[in-house]
Design a protein around this ligand. Structure first.
Ligand code: FES
Length: 144
């Protein structure tokens, strides 16, 4: 059986929403301390809806495919819905990731949350801090 699904390969070869949004309303950057991969997410937000989203990922193929899929899953959605996106849902939408690559999808979930948090902070919007993991102490960093 192939290590990666067709969907993973498709999003890796033709990633959606790659790039930068100038004057983004929220920017989130997370890194994985062990593998050194970095993901940056830019959000354009209007009336609590994610009007546009772009990403830059300096990382492995699974991280690129996860960013691509995750951005597709939150585009046009309310922030409250984007905040519920889990790495598990991203991995499922990719028709699975190898077990030792699941942590790559965690970067996508965390980068989106970090970008939304940035938007809330910049605009003085109150939020429930328990919705946002503290990336410094996150235990999801890769072992491979
Ligand atoms: Fe680092 Fe995939 S995110 S190996």
């Amino acid at each position: 059986m192939a290590l990666y699904s067709e969907t993973v390969m498709d999003h890796f070869r033709n990633p959606r929403n790659v790039g930068v949004i100038e004057n983004a309303d929220g920017v989130g950057e997370v890194g994985n301390a062990k593998c050194g991969d970095i993901m940056k997410i830019y959000l354009k937000i209007k009336d609590d809806i994610i009007e546009d989203v772009k990403f830059e990922t300096f990382g492995c193929g699974s991280a690129i495919a996860s960013s691509s899929m995750a951005t597709e899953m939150i585009k046009g959605k309310p922030l409250s819905q984007a905040l519920t996106l889990t790495n598990k849902a991203v991995a499922e939408a990719l028709d699975g990731l190898p077990a030792h690559k699941l942590h790559c999808s965690v970067l996508a979930e965390e980068a989106i949350k970090s970008a939304i948090k940035d938007y809330y902070d910049k605009n003085g919007i109150e939020y429930d801090h328990s919705q946002f993991p503290d990336c410094e102490s996150c235990g999801h960093c890769c072992e491979n």
